[in-house]
Design a binder for this molecule. Structure first.
Ligand code: MG
Length: 171
């Protein structure tokens, strides 16, 4: 069984992943109002990914014969400014999630919970990828100043993203 402090922190992480999904779904809806179906697609897949993250914590807590206790998910914004500002919000949010994952690793070390620490390493790597891919999009958007033909091409590109459940590739 998980120690109480670890169990509580992992449950809080489920809530954060669910909140992330809700946030990106709201951004997807907002992108539709900007006339950017590719960005809307990217955000919707991002939301799906967050659900798989929540699910990975959900299953892990049960694997450790501990209890999942779901809490209310906070409301999300519905307006995100222009497309560059929206992706900067994504980056800010992902950096917060990275801090949160690092904090979980700290707790697992403090409690000598090596199994949880091992499970969390997947998320440590995942966050590096998340931040890198969002930064790449921000850089591209800034290159075209978030408008015109360049934005049209970036939107087309983001429209190509397909959902892959990456939690299925590891443990
Ligand atoms: Mg996540």
């Amino acid at each position: 069984m998980l120690k109480e402090k670890m169990e509580k922190a992992l449950n809080e992480q489920i809530n954060k992943e669910m909140f992330s999904a809700y946030l990106y779904l709201s951004m997807s809806a907002y992108a539709q109002t900007l006339g950017l179906p590719g960005v809307a697609n990217w955000m919707k897949i991002q939301a799906q990914e967050e659900l798989t993250h929540a699910n990975k914590f959900f299953d892990y807590i049960h694997e450790r014969n501990s209890r999942v206790l779901l809490q209310p998910i906070a409301g999300v914004d519905t307006e995100f400014g222009n497309v560059i500002e929206m992706f900067e919000r994504v980056m800010e949010h992902e950096q917060m999630v990275t801090d949160s994952i690092n904090n979980l690793v700290d707790i697992s070390i403090e409690l000598s919970d090596h199994a949880t620490r091992s499970m969390l390493m997947w998320f440590v790597d995942e966050q590096v990828e998340e931040e890198a891919s969002v930064q790449e999009i921000i850089d591209q958007l800034k290159m075209v100043e978030g408008k015109g033909h360049g934005l049209f091409m970036i939107d087309k590109d983001l429209g190509q993203r397909v959902f892959v459940d990456s939690t299925q590739n590891a443990q």
